[in-house]
Design a protein around this ligand. Sequence first.
Ligand code: 15L
Length: 281
Amino acid sequence: MTAPPPPRPVLLTGASGNLGRVLARELAAAGWTLRLTDIAPFPDPLPPRATFLRADLNDGVALLRQAEGCGAILHFGGASMERPFEEVLGPNLRGLNHVYEAARRERARVVFASSNHAIGFHERPQAGEPKLALDCAFRPDGYYGLSKAYGELMGRLYWDKHGVENVNLRIGSCFPKPTDARMLATWLSYPDLVHLVVACVTAPRTGHAVIWACSNNPRSFWGEDHRERIGWTPQDSAEAYRAEVEGKLGDPIAERYQGGAYASMGYSRAAPAPRDPFALA
Ligand code: 15L
């Protein structure tokens, strides 16, 4: 990483989760001063210059205190997969508002871990069809995806009304390596994630931006986005793992939609939906 550390500390929510731990380790190694927080204990030795506070995202006062003096908030906390509505509500909706209120007070930039599940009920593009555009409709594939759509819209609101800059990362599948055929499109490597977050924080101006956060995968479902604004070019590609995973398919509903298994989870239509989203079937 070449960019110098940001001048003000950076708050990272969800620090004890898989992506939080990667970011905490790598950003601290790059000389960043981090304030870490999570509802779960931090499982690793505390990196240099970092502090950790165990707190619930529902606790707005704790979040405001943690954010004091910070120049950016990396919001990776909250439910990170499909959960019942009541379990999503507190951390992902109320908690998100606490993050944005803290950002407004500190004039901090928010980097929000959104998800492909905000648009998971878009069909996968077939050969020759265009990739999904950034301004496509939100088509969440569950309560988790719905909370991510809400999070992106809150970013839109806080930029329009309060000038709080925010970058919304529609993360595909961020794991050490792809584990099924869908991830040939959606995989985001850990190094590409770290460079993306660095670019989000160090870019001179972002406004309200949205990024399709996957590696340089030729089979990606997604088209253009705001990456030029932040100066990010992913370096890895899922194609290197094609032979390992291309036979690993899901059920027909999962294979039809971009969100994969999240789309088929609890699916109760009597017949599959028509391809035209406006058809009444
Ligand atoms: C996500 O948003 C989840 O956090 C992650 O666990 C994966 O399920 C990923 O999406 C995915 O779509 O593969």
